[in-house]
Structure formats: structure tokens, C-alpha cells
Design a protein around this ligand. Sequence first.
Ligand SMILES: Cc1cc2nc3c(=O)[nH]c(=O)nc-3n(C[C@H](O)[C@H](O)[C@H](O)COP(=O)(O)O)c2cc1C
Length: 200
Amino acid sequence: MARKFTQIAFTPAVKAIQDKYGSRETYARMEESGLENDTLIPHIAEFVEARDSFYMGTTNEKGWPYIQFRGGPIGFLKVLDRKTLGFADFSGNGQYLSIGNLETSDRVFLFLMDYANRRRLKIWGRAKVECDRPDLVEQLRVSGYRANVERAIVIRVEAWDWNCPQHIPLKYSEEQVAEIMAPLQSRIRELETQLESLTD
Ligand SMILES: Cc1cc2nc3c(=O)[nH]c(=O)nc-3n(C[C@H](O)[C@H](O)[C@H](O)COP(=O)(O)O)c2cc1C
């Protein structure tokens, strides 16, 4: 068994640098040990579907990398099956950098952040831009979310890997803050009522 992400990411140049700085032996062992991690097994699928955003990297024909932030309601990046992800591509500023890049290279890199739990996941895959699949657009649309969907983007997953939690700043979304604040707010209300009864 070999970890799939290492076959993608450990290029000869990367391996040479690992060699130079003394980490090659460790990573050579890592390449051959552990699971392949190329399917969206339940805990990975759960992590993906709990996200409200992700970053998607593409490369253009000049070799320049590009990333775009994608945001939406929780679960808008959907797990279609154990190897496939999909999301609805909302109307944007019309630059079409990502889908333009996908014309010449279907390789994508997704970076999924969970700031509240200090976790991050890397996913490598190949993307297909689906412009004539209203059925797919319907499947990927999140009802009630105000966004114009232009097309569907479907990603065939080739590998994933967890990134270590180091240096991830702790951040909460508006909804998470509301959840944390709810018991405090109700306690404040309770104490205010008590205070009022004392001053009556
Ligand atoms: C009216 C409008 C203006 C936008 N302006 C910008 C902008 O100036 N810079 C930017 O990075 N994204 C902007 N966005 C968001 C992007 O268009 C959106 O994230 C889209 O997915 C970009 O895809 P691309 O980077 O692959 O071209 C804008 C979106 C809308 C709807």
C-alpha cells in the first residue's frame, strides 16, 4: 500500500530537497506505509460536508498557480460518491480564471479549513466543468441560498492528506459564536431578571 498523495506531491525535485535537508528517509518510509487515502471514507466525507468554504488551486498554461476562495452554506461542497465531489459554481466577476485554467489542466488542489477545531485537509483531484447538466446543477444547488448558479464543477478525487494543526489560528464563524454565546446570553437575562426583582 502506498499513500497516493506522495505519488502526486513527492516529485524528484521535492525528494531531492528532502534528501538535502535530511527528511527523505522518514518520508520514504511514510510513502510505503499507511493507507492509500484516495477515497472519501466516512470521516473525510463528514469533514468535507461540514465546511462553509474552501480554497481551490488550479494552474494555467504558463505554469502559474492560482487559488480562489469558494464560500457558501455549510455542505455546499458535496460528496457525490466515494471518489467524487461536486459544487455549484456561482456567478462571479466574470474573470473565469479557475474554469479558464481547467481548460488546459484538469488538476485541482482543494484546501479545506476548520479553524474552530484547528484542522485542515488537502485534496488533490481532477475537475470537470459541467455546463450542460441541469440535473447536476439541481443536485448541487443548496436550496434557499441566494446565488446564481452558472454551472457544476465535479472533482474526481485522487488523494487526500491531513495537514498538521500547527499555527492554525482559532477562529469561529458567526453561527459558531452565536452557539457559544447562547447559554451566556440566557444566563445574563436570568441575572437581569433577578436584579430587577431585587430593585423592585
Ligand atoms: C460582482 C462581483 C464582483 C467580484 N469581484 C471580485 C474581485 O474583484 N476580486 C475577486 O477576487 N473576486 C471577486 N468576486 C468573486 C469572484 O468572482 C468569485 O469568487 C469567482 O468564483 C471567481 O472565480 P475565478 O477566480 O475563477 O475567476 C466578485 C464577485 C461578484 C459577484
